[in-house]
Write a protein that binds this ligand. Structure first.
Ligand code: CDP
Length: 198
């Protein structure tokens, strides 16, 4: 079975939790594509060379989840040659036998426009910053400023800007418990799997 679930959206909207839950519930492989950009940013030096030479073990480097690593990721992610170097790996993962969930910014629009299910997960910047602050601590005002800065860079870049695919199901998690968001995502996947079988 080839079946792709593409989950896009801005920082700390709940994509990671939803992706992991959908992958587990339906027995699909999961790729957090943000980790690829975080690793490229963390390696330092020439980001294009780092992207071309990226190895699986780079994805388990320490500190990839920090705010600084997120900012570095969004800076290298605006470079077209970096994105181009990472496309093939993501496409192969998306169309692997057995099915896959990928979460990121451009999965439904660029990496896998043929995905069977596309979700766009979002929430207000304040709610997203609060959730990220609960994870990383520090000064919440600074976390909000970082979230807004990253949103602006990710949505404003020329290559593969963050935006919902036309046929994406929108899940706004602003006033939603994470359990309800997971249920909404699973319902969208179940509906499509049911169609395939029917
Ligand atoms: O976890 P969070 O949503 O904060 O970030 P992430 O998904 O790990 O992504 C980090 C950064 O990588 C984003 O701000 C984007 O600039 C970039 N990214 C991207 O350009 N395309 C993707 N498919 C995934 C991440």
């Amino acid at each position: 079975m080839i079946f792709t679930v593409a989950i896009d959206g801005p920082a700390a909207a709940g994509k990671g939790t939803i992706s992991r839950a959908v992958a587990e519930r339906f027995g699909l492989a999961h790729l957090d594509t943000g980790l690829l950009y975080r690793a490229v940013g963390a390696i330092g030096g020439d980001p294009v060379a780092a992207a071309r030479a990226l190895r699986p073990e780079d994805l388990s480097r320490d500190g990839l989840r920090s705010l600084e690593a997120g900012q570095a990721a969004s800076r290298v992610a605006a470079i077209s040659e970096v994105r181009a170097a990472l496309v093939e790996f993501q496409r192969r993962f998306a169309r692997r036998e057995g099915g896959a969930v990928l979460d990121g910014r451009d999965i439904g629009t660029v990496i896998c426009p043929e995905a069977e299910v596309k979700l766009y997960v979002t929430a207000s910047p304040e709610v997203r910053a609060h959730r990220r602050w609960l994870e990383v601590g520090g000064d919440e005002t600074r976390v909000l400023a970082e979230v807004k800065e990253r949103d602006a860079r990710d949505m404003g870049r020329a290559d593969a800007p963050l935006r919902p695919a036309e046929d994406a199901v929108l899940i706004d998690t602003t006033g939603m418990e994470i359990g309800a968001a997971v249920a909404a995502a699973c319902a969208a996947v179940s509906a499509r799997i049911g169609e395939g079988r029917g």
